[in-house]
Design a protein around this ligand. Structure first.
Ligand code: UDP
Ligand code: MG
Length: 324
C-alpha cells in the first residue's frame, strides 16, 4: 500500500457514522459494522485496531446513550457528540476531521444500513491496490419510493446542467485515505457539500457498486424540503452558472429586440394603424429590458469572481514529493 510506511502493518480503518435520532437503528447497525471490521481483519485487509466513530449530530432522542452503551462494551465503538444539530454534511465533516491522523483510511456510511456495509470489503481491496478515494455507487434504487428515486435523479441532472460535477448515484458512502482527508481539510468553506468537493481533491479514485436497501429502523431525516434546500446549497456553493444565464437571456432578448424593432418601425411608418406612443413604448420596453438583464448578468460575473475568491479553496494539491 502506497500510503502505509510499514508495508507489513495492516491499515487502520475508521468507519464514520453520522447519527441523528438513530437510537432505533444503531442497535442493528453497530453489530453489523463490528462484524465487517472482524471480517476485514480476518481477510488481512485492515488492522484489528480499526474502529467505528459515531457522530451524534445533536440528536433529541437517546442516541448518545446508545453509543455510550456500545462503547462501554466494546471500545472499538467510539463517539463524538455535536453540541447541536448541524446536518448530515457537517456531521460527516466533524467525524472525518476527528479521525484524521488516527487512521489510514476512513469510510463514511449512514446509520440506517441503507448502504450495503459489505461494500466496505471491496473498498478496502481497492484501497490496498492504491486507490485513495472510492465512491460507493448505487446499482439500483428499487428500495426507494418512485418519488424519492425520480426526485433524486432530477437532482443529479439539474446539478450537472448547473456545472456541478458529482458522481452519479453516489451519496456520501465512500472511502477516503488519510491523505485525501488531509487535502479535504484545506477546504475552509462554510457551505460544505462533500459530494461536490471530494471529486475536486483529485487522487486516484474508483467506484464500488452496491444495492441500496430499506432503512433498518427509524424514519428518513431527509424529507423533500430538506432535499431541495440541500440541492440549492450544492448548486450555489459550486456554480456561478445561474448568473451567466441572466446575461445570456438578456442577450437573446436584445437580439429579439432587433426583430421586434423592425416590426414596430415597419408598422409605424408603413401600416399607419398604430396607436400614438405604441412604437416608442415597445422599443423602450424591449430595448431597456434586455439592456438591464445584460447589465445584471455583467454584475453577476463579477459577483461570481468574488464568490470563488472568498471561498479561498486550495489552488493545487501536492500528491507526492521527492525533495531530500
Ligand atoms: N443525519 C444527520 N444529521 C441530520 C440528518 C441526518 O447526521 O440532520 C444522518 C442520519 O442519522 C443518517 C444519515 O444522515 O445516518 C442519512 O439520513 P437519512 O437516512 O435520514 O436520509 P435518507 O437516506 O432518507 O436520504
Ligand atoms: Mg437513509
Amino acid at each position: 500500500m502506497s500510503s502505509d510506511p510499514q508495508n507489513s502493518r495492516l491499515p487502520v480503518l475508521a468507519v464514520v457514522v453520522p447519527c441523528y435520532n438513530e437510537s432505533q437503528a444503531l442497535p442493528h447497525t453497530l453489530p453489523v459494522l463490528l462484524e465487517i471490521l472482524n471480517s476485514l481483519h480476518q481477510l488481512q485487509l485492515a488492522s484489528e485496531h480499526s474502529y467505528i466513530l459515531c457522530v451524534d449530530d445533536g440528536s433529541k432522542d437517546d442516541t448518545w446513550q446508545v453509543i455510550e452503551k456500545f462503547h462501554a462494551i466494546n471500545p472499538r465503538v467510539k463517539g463524538i457528540a455535536l453540541a447541536h444539530n448541524r446536518g448530515h454534511q457537517y456531521a460527516l465533516l466533524a467525524g472525518l476531521m476527528t479521525v484524521r491522523g488516527h487512521c489510514e483510511a476512513a469510510v463514511t456510511i449512514d446509520a440506517d444500513l441503507q448502504d450495503d456495509p459489505n461494500a466496505i470489503i471491496e473498498m478496502m481491496h481497492k484501497f490496498r491496490e492504491g486507490k485513495e478515494i472510492i465512491y460507493g455507487v448505487r446499482s439500483s434504487r428499487q428500495s426507494d419510493t418512485a418519488f424519492k428515486r425520480n426526485t433524486a435523479h432530477a437532482f443529479y441532472s439539474f446539478q450537472k446542467a448547473m456545472g456541478l460535477e458529482t458522481v452519479y448515484d453516489h451519496a456520501d458512502y465512500r472511502l477516503m485515505s488519510n491523505r485525501a482527508i488531509d487535502l479535504l481539510s484545506e477546504y475552509g468553506e462554510s457551505n460544505m457539500f462533500l459530494r461536490g468537493i471530494v471529486p475536486l481533491i483529485g487522487l486516484e479514485n474508483d467506484i464500488v457498486t452496491y444495492e441500496r436497501k430499506q432503512r433498518v429502523a427509524g424514519v428518513s431525516k431527509y424529507p423533500l424540503t430538506k432535499m431541495l434546500s440541500f440541492s440549492i446549497d450544492g448548486i450555489t456553493s459550486f456554480s456561478a452558472q445561474p448568473m451567466r444565464w441572466i446575461f445570456i437571456t438578456g442577450l437573446v432578448i436584445f437580439l429579439l429586440t432587433i426583430l421586434v424593432g423592425l416590426y414596430v418601425l415597419v408598422s409605424h411608418f408603413f401600416i399607419h394603424h398604430t396607436s400614438p406612443g405604441w412604437t416608442s413604448l415597445m422599443l423602450s420596453i424591449w430595448g431597456l429590458g434586455s439592456l438591464i438583464l445584460m447589465a445584471i448578468g455583467i454584475v453577476g460575473e463579477y459577483i461570481g469572481k468574488i464568490f470563488t475568491e472568498v471561498k479561498n479553496r486550495p489552488r493545487f494539491a501536492v500528491k507526492d514529493k521527492l525533495w531530500d
